[in-house]
Design a protein around this ligand. Structure first.
Ligand code: GLC
Length: 722
C-alpha cells in the first residue's frame, strides 16, 4: 500500500479503532484461536476486554502454529471494519523449531556469518509457521552472571554485541526494504531499551543505576548499531533509566532513540511494562501510566490494558493529544505495510504450507555448525583431546542423557527432536558406558555404578551443567555455582586416576575452578540446541576443532562480580611490579584477574601471529592500518580469532585498560598462514566525553593484537599533535 494510502486509512479510523491498534494480546484472547474455548477465562474478566477490543487489537504475541495464526487472522478479518490485518510477533531468540545455541554461546563464536545464519534459519522456520516479527536481537550488555538473562545476550563487550546484533538483524530481515516480498524474512525487534543487563546485583527486574556517560559509552552502542542496520522495532526495558522507567522515559525514547538514533519504527513495551510504571511509583493509576507511556513514544502496549481503557478518556479530557496516538498508529500501519500484510495477510501461507522448511537436515546442519563455532575449549592438559573413536568411554553425569539442552529461550523447539550427549557420542564411539546421575544429588549407589563404569573404560566424559530453568528470565542466582553434588561428583571421578574430560552445559559463566582442577580437559558447550549431542561428539573426537572465545568473563568466585575485561585502571592499579604490596587495588583472598578472561579459548591447533610494523604517529581523524599474519604451526586444521584492542592512555575521561575494536575468525590448514588487514578508524579512537559528545583526543594510544584479551602484543601509536 502506498504511503498516502496509509495516511488515508488512518484518517478513516475511529479513535477506538486507532487505540485498539496499539494493543498486543496473547492468541487465546482472539476468535479463531485453536484454544478459543478457554477464551472466556478469568483473563478476559481481569482485562475487561470486549469483542470490540479483540476485533480491533493490532497484534498477537506468542502464537503457537501456522494453523493457529491463520485461524486467528481469518476470523479477525471477517470482523475488522477496515480490513486491517493483525501482525504476529514471537520470541524467536536462538532458532525456531531447529534450535541453535543460546545467544551467549553465539557470542563466543566471534563469527558474524554464524550468527547471521542462525537468524536466517530462524526466520525461514518462524515465517513458515506464520510469524511476522521476532523479539530479537536482545542486545543488553551484561557483566553480572548472577542475572539469568546473560544467556540471551552476546556478552560483555559493546563492539562484539554491535557486530553480532547487526548480523542478527541482517539474518532475520534480509533486505529490509523487501520484507513485503521476501516471505521467509522476519522483522527484527531490538531489546531491551535500555540497559536491562545492568540490573543491580544481577537481581531480575532490579534497579539500573549508572551515569548517563556510561550508558552512552557501553550500553547504548549495540542497540544503535542494530537500529542503524535497519531493525524495524525496539522494545522497552522493565527497568528505570536514571530513575525513570524506560517505558515512560521521554528523554530515552524521544530524544535518544528517535532523535539521536534516528529510529522511526515501532516502539513496543515489554510484557506489562506500561502498567508496571505504577509499581515503580512514577504513575498513580492506569490513566497516568497510559498518558506517560504514550507521551514517551511507546506505540504498542504488550499484554496490559492501560491504553485500551484510558487513552480515549485522556484525549477527550484534553490531557493527551490525539496526534500522539495517530503517530503511533501510523508507525504500526507502516510496519504491517512493510511486511506486505495489506496485500497478503497470510504472507503466502493461505492454502500453501511451508512446513517442509522446518527442521530440515540442512537447518539441523547449520545449527550443528553454529554449536561447533560457539563451544569454548577452556582446558586441554597434555592435549588429552581430541579422543580416538576407539577410546572406551565412561559417560557420566546429569547431562549424559538429559534432553534439557535446547536453551533457556527455546519456545518452539521440541526436546524430542534434540540429540542428547549419549546419542551423539553413541554415533561416534564404539564402546560407551553411560551412567546418568541427578543434577542435584550424588548417591552411594551412584558411586558403585560409576566405579564399575570407570574401571571398564579408558577415559571419562563427565557431563555437567545447569537446568535451563536455573537461568533465563526470572532466573537470577545469588551464587553462580552448580549444585555441590556436581563438584563432589567431579572430585570422585577424578579419584580413579583416569583421564577426565568435563563437558559443561550452562547458560551463564560459573565458578569452575574446582572443575578445571578435577579434569584434564574442560569444554564449555553452553546450551548448543537441537544438535547438542553431535556437537559434543564432533569436538571430542576432533571432527571439528574448537574455535570459540569467551564473550563473557568467568569470575574466580561470585564475590568477584562484576569482573570484566574493559575495566578502568583506578588510581592504584595492581601490576606485576607491585603485586604483593598492600595498598594497591587487590583482594586478599583471590587474584584480581577473572578465572577465564574475555576473548579466551583454546584450540587443538597451535597458532602464532606477527603484526606488521605500525607507524609511530598518525594524525587525528586518520585511520590506522593493522596487518596481522597468522600461522597454523600444527598438523590440525583450525580457526583462530585475531582480536584488536585499543587503549587511550591519557584522556579527559579515564579510559579502560583496553577495548575490543576489531576481530576476525580465520580458518587455517596445517602450516598455512594468512594475513588479515584491519582498519582502525576514528571511531576506534573515540569515546563519549562529559558533554556526551563523541570525541577523539590526541595522545598516546596502545594497540593490542592477540588471541584473547590477556594474550596480546602491545604497540604504542601517537595520535595527533601532542
Ligand atoms: C518477556 C521478556 C521479553 C519478551 C516478552 C514477550 O517478559 O522480557 O524479552 O520478548 O516478554 O514474551
Amino acid at each position: 500500500m502506498k504511503q498516502e494510502n496509509l495516511t488515508a486509512l488512518l484518517a478513516e479510523m475511529t479513535l477506538d479503532e486507532k487505540i485498539a491498534q496499539c494493543l498486543q494480546l496473547s492468541p487465546f484472547l482472539f476468535k479463531g484461536a485453536k484454544k478459543n474455548a478457554e477464551l472466556t477465562g478469568p483473563v478476559l474478566q481481569e482485562m475487561k476486554l470486549t469483542d470490540a477490543h479483540t476485533e480491533n487489537a493490532g497484534s498477537v504475541l506468542g502464537s503457537s502454529s501456522a494453523e493457529d495464526m491463520l485461524g486467528i487472522q481469518e476470523a479477525y478479518l471477517k470482523t475488522n471494519r477496515l480490513g486491517i490485518p493483525l501482525i504476529f510477533m514471537a520470541d524467536v531468540i536462538h532458532g525456531y523449531k531447529t534450535v541453535f545455541p543460546i545467544p551467549l554461546a553465539l557470542g563466543c563464536s566471534f563469527d558474524r556469518e554464524t550468527v547471521r545464519t542462525m537468524a536466517e534459519v530462524a526466520a525461514l522456520e518462524a515465517t513458515a509457521d506464520g510469524h511476522h516479527v521476532t523479539f530479537s536481537p536482545m542486545l543488553d550488555l551484561v557483566r553480572d552472571p548472577r542475572w539469568g538473562r546473560v544467556m540471551e545476550s552476546t556478552g560483555e563487550d559493546p563492539f562484539l554485541n554491535s557486530e553480532l546484533g547487526k548480523a542478527m538483524v541482517a539474518g532475520y530481515q534480509g533486505d529490509a526494504s523487501k520484507l513485503h516480498e521476501n516471505k521467509a524474512n522476519l522483522a527484527a525487534c531490538v531489546k531491551h531499551f535500555a540497559a536491562y543487563g545492568a540490573a543491580e546485583a544481577g537481581l531480575e527486574y532490579n534497579t539500573v543505576n549508572m551515569s548517563t556517560r556510561e550508558l552512552y559509552q557501553n550500553y547504548l552502542p549495540a542497540y544503535e548499531a542494530a537500529i542503524h542496520a535497519g531493525a524495524k522495532l525496539v522494545m522497552t526495558a522493565f527497568n528505570v533509566v536514571d530513575g525513570v522507567p524506560a517505558t515512560m522515559n521521554k528523554w530515552l525514547n524521544r530524544d535518544v532513540l528517535r532523535q539521536e538514533m534516528n529510529f522511526d519504527g515501532v516502539l513496543i513495551s515489554d510484557w506489562g511494562a506500561v502498567a508496571e510504571v505504577i509499581n515503580h511509583g512514577t504513575a498513580r493509576n492506569p490513566a497516568e501510566a497510559a498518558q506517560f507511556s504514550m507521551e514517551a513514544g511507546v506505540d504498542m502496549e504488550m499484554m496490559t490494558t492501560c491504553y485500551i481503557h484510558e487513552l480515549k478518556g485522556l484525549i477527550e479530557a484534553n490531557k493527551l493529544s490525539e496526534s500522539l496516538v495517530d503517530e503511533a498508529v501510523l508507525r504500526i500501519l507502516q510496519l504491517k505495510n512493510d511486511l506486505g500484510l495489506f496485500e497478503d495477510p497470510y504472507r503466502g501461507l493461505k492454502g500453501k504450507s511451508r512446513q517442509t522448511d522446518i527442521l530440515t537436515p540442512e537447518n539441523r546442519q547449520k545449527s550443528r555448525e553454529a554449536g561447533l563455532e560457539s563451544a569454548v575449549l577452556l582446558e586441554n592438559k597434555q592435549q588429552i583431546l581430541p579422543l580416538a573413536e576407539t577410546t572406551k568411554i565412561a559417560l557420566i553425569g546429569p547431562l549424559a542423557t538429559s534432553n534439557d539442552i535446547l536453551g533457556g529461550w527455546n519456545v518452539y523447539g521440541d526436546e524430542k527432536d534434540g540429540v542428547n550427549v549419549e546419542t551423539g557420542l553413541q554415533e561416534v564411539f564404539s564402546e560407551l558406558i553411560t551412567v546418568s546421575t541427578d543434577y542435584t544429588a550424588f548417591t552411594e549407589e551412584d558411586k558403585s555404578t560409576i566405579a564399575k563404569a570407570i574401571q571398564a573404560s579408558e577415559v571419562v566424559v563427565l557431563s555437567l551443567g545447569e537446568k535451563n530453568e536455573w537461568g533465563g528470565e526470572a532466573g537470577s542466582l545469588a551464587t553462580i555455582r552448580l549444585p555441590e553434588a556436581q563438584y563432589d561428583l567431579a572430585k570422585y571421578v577424578q579419584s580413579f586416576g583416569k583421564p577426565v574430560v568435563i563437558t559443561l552445559f550452562n547458560g551463564r559463566p560459573l565458578e569452575v575452578k574446582e572443575l578445571a582442577e578435577a579434569s584434564d580437559a574442560l569444554l564449555e558447550l553452553w546450551f548448543p540446541g537441537t544438535e547438542a549431542g553431535r556437537v559434543t561428539a564432533d569436538l571430542l573426537v576432533g571432527k571439528s576443532n574448537p574455535s570459540g572465545k569467551l564473550s563473557m568473563s568467568f569470575p574466580q568466585t561470585t564475590g568477584q562480580i562484576p569482573v570484566y575485561y574493559n575495566h578502568l585502571r583506578t588510581g592504584r592499579p595492581q601490576t606485576e611490579a607491585n603485586k604483593g604490596e598492600r595498598y594497591v587495588s587487590h583482594y586478599l583472598d583471590i587474584p584480581n584477574e577473572p578465572y577465564y578472561p574475555f576473548g579466551y579459548g583454546k584450540s587443538y591447533s597451535e597458532f602464532e601471529w606477527k603484526t606488521a610494523e605500525l607507524p609511530k604517529q598518525i594524525q587525528l581523524g586518520e585511520s590506522l592500518e593493522v596487518k596481522v599474519t597468522l600461522k597454523n604451526k600444527s598438523q590440525i586444521a583450525g580457526k583462530e580469532v585475531i582480536q584488536i584492542y585499543v587503549q587511550d592512555v591519557t584522556a579527559t575521561i579515564s579510559r579502560p585498560v583496553k577495548e575490543l575494536k576489531e576481530f576476525e575468525k580465520v580458518a587455517l590448514q596445517p602450516g598455512e598462514e594468512k594475513t588479515v588487514t584491519f582498519e582502525l578508524t576514528t571511531e576506534a579512537f573515540s569515546f563519549y566525553n562529559h558533554q556526551l559528545e563523541k570525541v577523539q583526543e590526541p595522545g598516546v594510544h596502545r594497540i593490542f593484537v592477540g588471541t584473547s584479551s590477556e594474550n596480546v602484543d602491545t604497540f604504542e601509536v601517537e595520535v595527533g599533535e601532542v
